[in-house]
Design a protein around this ligand. Structure first.
Ligand SMILES: O=P(O)(O)OC[C@H]1O[C@H](OP(=O)(O)OP(=O)(O)O)[C@H](O)[C@@H]1O
Ligand code: HPA
Length: 185
């Protein structure tokens, strides 16, 4: 897709590149401080969307941490959660005894995180905490704890910085509202 077509699909820039940068700095500093004396930290990113968030946050952290990824999908190509998690690929790390920090791009219905937190505890994680770049509380169906939050956003379908529609728009360096004309019909 050409960049001009992409720009034409965004009705509003919700969070600029500069605002993202400064929030990511803040989140990384807080996490580094809180985990400075914690052993066995493991940062987990939920692919595909959270790849951008995980790299951006851990790159800014002032403590060393192992990272791992799990690829989960509940939206497929649509805009509503299917309420079924597909594990496209699993972690390569045994989480038993680890202090896990999940880094997510967005918490919408809460279904994905609710499932993942329970699964990590079932596997024996010593603790499970959550950092989410965005939260859309109006859409919440499952209450999930968010220990580190970037931005609360309104009930709009957003794209950019990892978030997609039909697997496009993830690599935008800002977060925008997808124009309804893109998914009308
Ligand atoms: O709170 P929820 O309603 O569960 O929505 C949040 C999840 O939806 C998105 O993933 P998606 O299933 O679209 O997969 P993707 O990351 O590969 O785009 C996003 O990355 C979160 O993991
Ligand atoms: O608003 C969203 N945009 C992209 N992916 C998503 N997954 C849950 N909510 C969203």
């Amino acid at each position: 897709m050409k960049y001009d077509d992409v720009k034409d699909s965004i009705s509003q820039v919700l969070i600029s590149h500069e605002e993202l940068d400064s929030k990511l700095d803040e989140l990384a500093a807080q996490i580094s401080q809180d985990y400075a004396d914690v052993d066995n930290l493991l940062c987990i990113g939920v692919l595909k969307g959270a790849a951008y968030t995980l790299v951006s946050v851990t790159r800014r952290m002032s403590i060393s941490t192992p990272v791992d990824f799990m690829s989960l999908s509940s939206y497929g190509s649509g805009m509503e959660s299917s309420h079924t998690i597909t594990v496209r690929s699993d972690l390569t790390t045994d989480v038993a005894g680890k202090n896990v920090l999940i880094l997510e791009d967005i918490v919408d219905s809460g279904y994905t995180l609710n499932w993942l937190i329970a699964e990590l505890k079932r596997r024996g994680a010593a603790s499970v905490k959550v950092m989410a770049l965005l939260s859309k509380p109006e859409r919440r169906e499952y209450e999930v704890p968010i220990d580190y939050l970037g931005f609360t956003i309104p009930n709009e379908f957003v794209v950019g910085f990892g978030m997609d529609y039909n697997d496009h728009y993830r690599n935008l360096d800002f977060i925008g509202v997808l124009d309804p004309k893109v998914y009308a019909n």
